[in-house]
Design a protein around this ligand. Structure first.
Ligand code: SF4
Ligand code: SF4
Length: 319
């Protein structure tokens, strides 16, 4: 049975108005993967169009990160960040203590990874609307042997925003695992975790108190950094993200038989944007390597993405 806000949002979507989601958590909590899978499930449904994008590039594990999703019935032309989401997700409680993950939402749908019941979580974070919680760290530990909440939050998101069937979420999750070339065992564990999590989501409709407002903070630069510091940090030679990679390991790209098809999967999946390519008449582009020595943090996205296994992690120092 859908609660009233859920009904309102689904009706709004059907009328052609876009629906905005925003997710906050720590790097390493699987936030991007959850949004990717949910976006794929929604697009599989065929009725809606979806945009999803992370709001960060290099981030050390433990840094607060943010991602967005926008769903609409027709083409989506807005690409600005989501400031007042209809649905706000919190992947890591610690993040919720450091920033206001509900900023810009006076009443909405909230999805949280927490051991608290929805009513307790609403009190703790001063939330008004419909609140869904799931104990994602515990379920991650139980099913994936790692306290990662991404699959459980996906389950809670599906409950909070019933735009697609469970089967479509399972299909998108499986496809995401295959795309990342996860072993079959890991793909099955993800699915088991999803199905178990669906049974453990708690929810509540919370009136809350009028005073529980979450105003949008005015932009005041990047903390102690000057405006524009993000791009300066991103490209600064003093901030080489290659330093985040495991010591004594490096990435190599080898294509002696010129097999690269130009599918671009490595290019779109590299969070550093450092895959190098050249124009190619037949293939569109042909990959030639990556700027490994400066910015490769050895996240392995390109290794997982390339269908031809042209990238490899090997022993060896950066040059
Ligand atoms: S491992 Fe691959 S995807 Fe990750 S930063 Fe390095 S080149 Fe990019
Ligand atoms: S993923 Fe592999 S085949 Fe596709 S463009 Fe990159 S290197 Fe080439």
């Amino acid at each position: 049975m859908m609660a009233s806000l859920q009904k309102e949002l689904v009706a709004q979507l059907k009328k052609g108005e876009a629906l905005d989601l925003r997710a906050d958590g720590k790097a390493g909590s699987g936030l991007v993967m959850t949004l990717q899978v949910f976006a794929e499930a929604v697009s599989l449904e065929g009725t809606y169009q979806v945009q999803e994008w992370p709001f960060f590039s290099s981030a050390r594990k433990g840094a607060n990160v943010r991602g967005f999703m926008r769903v609409g019935k027709g083409p989506l032309f807005m690409t600005c960040q989501v400031e007042s989401p209809h649905v706000a997700l919190l992947f890591t409680e610690k993040t919720g203590e450091e920033i206001d993950f509900a900023s810009g939402v006076s009443k909405g749908i909230f999805v949280l990874n927490t051991a608290y019941h929805a009513i307790e979580a609403a009190q703790k974070f001063r939330l008004r609307g419909e609140v869904f919680t799931v104990s994602g760290d515990r379920l991650g530990q139980e099913y994936l042997h790692h306290p990662i909440p991404n699959i459980s939050v996906l389950a809670a998101l599906h409950k909070a925003l019933p735009l697609v069937s469970v089967q479509q979420v399972v299909q998108a999750l499986k496809h995401n695992g295959e795309k990342r070339r996860l072993p079959l065992k890991a793909i099955q564990a993800n699915q088991d975790c999803l199905l178990a999590s669906l049974k453990e989501v708690s929810s509540a409709v919370v009136q809350g108190e009028e005073a529980w407002e979450h105003p949008l903070p005015s932009f005041a630069g990047y903390e102690g950094y000057p405006i524009g510091a993000q791009s300066a940090l991103r490209s600064s030679l003093q901030n080489l993200t290659a330093n985040y990679a495991r010591t004594g390991r490096r990435l190599v790209f080898q294509d002696p038989q010129d097999r690269c098809t130009g599918c671009s999967l490595c290019i779109v999946n590299c969070p550093e944007g450092i895959i190098q390519f050249v124009p190619d008449e037949k293939r569109g582009i042909r990959v030639t390597g990556a700027d490994v020595n400066h910015f490769c943090k050895l996240c392995r996205e390109c290794i997982e993405a390339c269908p031809l296994d042209l990238f490899e992690e090997v022993e060896g120092a950066l040059v």
